[in-house]
Design a protein around this ligand. Structure first.
Ligand SMILES: Nc1nc2c(ncn2[C@@H]2O[C@H](COP(=O)(O)OP(=O)(O)OP(=O)(O)O)[C@@H](O)[C@H]2O)c(=O)[nH]1
Ligand SMILES: [Mg+2]
Length: 658
């Protein structure tokens, strides 16, 4: 690359004129004194004058030549510096003529353009290198600079290259002037800010999208819904908001791990995407909750057809990491303008409708109705009340007996938490235990249940009632987050209950989280001397491999299997194999949810040790359970003989067995 500008030389004419003038001045200065001091000879006076003049003149010429050589040496040095600068500066530096043609560019700029060297840019314009949009803008900027003489500082320039990659530069352009101040072109320096820009864009993207699926998040969703509502308003159309939540997704996580859960969420998002038109909106709000926005819908029939289509598409099995997974979803629907006019309201109402769908049956869609607002408000009120419930002493512990299948003798009682709400009365655990977990209150409440149950058992023992074990459920949060071993030890010490009479029930899904940690905690609990049972056995899929590892005393067969006995041979087969598995592993088995005589007959035949269910007794308040224990009555009683807790599913009264 060569610098094309001109540095003005010290011309020989200037030197000559300067030398002559200097010679004359010196000659005039010396001539009279020479005539005065030298004696008379005109010829000799003339010659000495000439000698002096020539000498001085020579000196001056030599001096000027020296100066010139200095000047000549200085300018190449500046050129050299400029060349070095352009060669090594990492930024794009350029000089352009008045036609916006490159006169000279830095090597970094040549690299940025993908040229072999800077000289290849000479004579080219931006339109030879950049896309037309960028080139036209740059030309307009430069023409304005040349017209006004004003610099442009900090221009952000974006370029999309033919291979699709994008780059950004921060550019400052100034007028290029000659030494007379005339604008002869432009020059500029631009810094490549692609990395920073990409990081900024990434942050912006992350702020508006869900990290797992890449779908818009709530913020972007609300923005898109606002636009869709504005469009629908202009066209007098409707917008449908469908809130979709997968059913029992927790089971997938618990049984196959979060990795598979995540892959399933991705697959669901892809399948949903495939069911949509380009103008439809799909977002993930978090967890297993998705929102679909349908702009410009004409009537509810279209929305229903769409919802049905989505449900049936999701119903097809997913193949994830070698597992075939079947999922269903529940959908709540709200519609603009009928239900609300702003995204927040529509989302809230769709959520209420979705909650209703879950409550009704799961796997269905449900439109919002104003009555649902009440249900939502009730739910929110209950949530607020939950915070106060402990302090207001509204929680109570009920006890459900566990009995031997062969004799009906009570061997234990399961402590079950109930909420005695001041306005609503007794509230079902299904309604508030998940919320206690969500609100992070389950640890505190769980410890209270443990203490109450242990204290109650001690009280019964002090009365001289035949001793029974009390079993207490432990949530995942209690098990993993607190120090459950220390808590149990402390509660036993405080209440004075012998560890032999305490059993903790761990749900099967809980134990699958982290087998190493789980085993360690379980061993810690066993060292205290309490027993451990695995609750809801059979509801997870991968539990068998853990059974051998965990120091368990018994397993509780989930009520779901009991329901179909004896009508379904498959259910019988499952219970039979669980019982034989338990026997082989040296574990006692407890059948949960036993409600009929036939079920009991079957369990007796299969030699299931213990059972629990309405056939013997529902969960009872402590006083009534105490009375039952005190009566020492062995055998199965009609459920109508004991006071229910209000949570029993409907069914016939049961026969009495002694
Ligand atoms: N794998 C995975 N799981 C998540 C993620 N976010 C939340 N979850 C889990 O998703 C589950 C969603 O719970 P819910 O929708 O309340 O419960 P569910 O088991 O689907 O039951 P229902 O919705 O009531 O039918 C919770 O167990 C969360 O721990 C995630 O990013 N990845
Ligand atoms: Mg769900």
């Amino acid at each position: 690359m060569k610098w094309q500008g001109r540095i003005p030389p010290v011309t020989n004419v200037v030197i000559a004129i300067s030398a002559t003038l200097a010679g004359i001045i010196i000659a005039l200065r010396f001539a009279p004194s020479t005539l005065t001091h030298e004696n008379w000879s005109y010829a000799s006076g003339t010659s000495s004058l000439s000698i002096v003049a020539i000498g001085v003149l020579t000196l001056i010429v030599v001096g000027l030549l020296f100066l010139k050589s200095l000047g000549a040496r200085r300018y190449p040095r500046e050129r050299e510096l400029l060349e070095v600068f352009l060669e090594h500066i990492p930024d794009n530096v350029y000089f352009k003529d008045r036609d916006s043609r490159f006169v000279c560019i830095s090597r970094a700029m040549a690299d940025y353009f993908g040229l072999a060297g800077p000289e290849q840019a000479l004579g080219k314009t931006d339109s030879d290198i950049f896309s037309s949009g960028h080139a036209d803008q740059a030309l307009a900027d430069e023409q304005e600079i040349m017209r006004t003489g004003q610099s442009k500082i900090g221009l952000e320039e974006k370029e999309t290259w033919p291979d699709g990659h994008e780059s950004w530069a921060l550019t400052t352009k100034v007028p290029l002037k000659n030494r007379y101040g005339k604008i002869i072109g432009t020059m500029g320096i631009s810094h490549n800010i692609t990395d920073r820009k990409q990081a900024d864009l990434r942050i912006r993207y992350m702020a508006l999208h869900d990290a797992l699926t890449g779908l818009p998040n709530r913020i972007l969703l609300e923005d898109r819904l606002t636009q869709a509502i504005a469009l629908a308003r202009r066209n007098q159309q409707s917008v449908a908001v469908l809130m979709l939540d997968l059913d029992r997704f927790k089971n997938v996580n618990d049984s196959f791990g979060h990795y598979v859960g995540d892959r399933l969420l991705e697959a669901v998002s892809k399948r949903l995407q495939a069911s949509l038109r380009d103008s439809d909106i799909l977002a993930r709000l978090g967890g297993d909750e998705f929102v679909i926005g349908l702009p410009m819908v004409a009537d509810n029939r279209g929305i229903e057809t769409f919802a049905q289509k989505v449900l049936s598409k999701l119903g097809e099995p997913f193949r994830i990491e070698g597992h075939e997974l079947k999922v269903s979803a529940s959908i709540g629907i709200s519609v603009y303008p009928t239900d609300g006019e702003i995204p927040e309201a529509l989302l809230q109402f769709a959520d209420a409708a979705m909650y209703q769908a879950k409550k009704e049956r799961r796997g269905i869609y449900c439109f919002f109705t104003p009555e649902l607002t009440e249900a939502t408000q009730r739910r929110q009120k209950l949530e607020n009340d939950l915070y106060q419930a402990r302090a207001r002493d509204e929680f109570v512990v009920y006890y459900q007996p566990l009995v031997l299948t062969n004799s009906g003798r009570i061997t234990g009682v399961e402590a079950l938490l109930r909420w005695n709400h001041p306005e609503e009365g007794l509230i079902s655990p299904n309604e508030f235990i998940p919320q206690l977990e969500e609100l992070g209150l389950i640890g505190e409440v769980g410890e209270w249940v443990l203490r109450t149950a242990c204290r109650q058992n001690v009280a019964w023992q002090k009365e001289g009632i035949p001793r029974v074990r009390v079993t207490v459920n432990v949530s995942a949060q209690q098990f993993y987050r607190g120090n459950i071993v220390r808590t149990v030890r402390r509660v036993l010490r405080e209440t004075g209950l012998d560890p032999e009479w305490l059993e903790l029930e761990l749900t099967e899904s809980l134990t699958l989280d982290d087998s190493m940690t789980t085993t360690k905690i379980m061993q810690g609990l066993k060292r205290i001397g309490i027993s451990l049972s695995l609750d809801d056995f059979g509801t997870g899929w991968s539990s068998l491999s853990y059974l051998r590892k965990f120091p368990l005393d018994r397993i509780k067969i989930d009520r779901a299997f009991m329901r179909d006995i004896p009508s379904e041979p498959a259910a019988e087969a499952v219970v039979k194999s669980i019982l034989s598995l338990g026997r082989n592993l040296g574990l006692d088995c407890v059948a949960e949810g036993v409600e009929t005589r036939q079920q009991l007959d079957y369990l007796q035949k299969q030699k299931c040790t213990e059972m629990q269910g309405f056939l013997f007794s529902p969960a009872l308040p402590s006083a009534e359970c105490g009375a039952l224990l005190r009566s020492g009555k062995a055998g199965f009683v009609s459920v109508s003989d004991v006071q229910g807790d209000g949570f029993r599913a409907g069914g016939p009264s049961l026969s009495l067995v002694s």
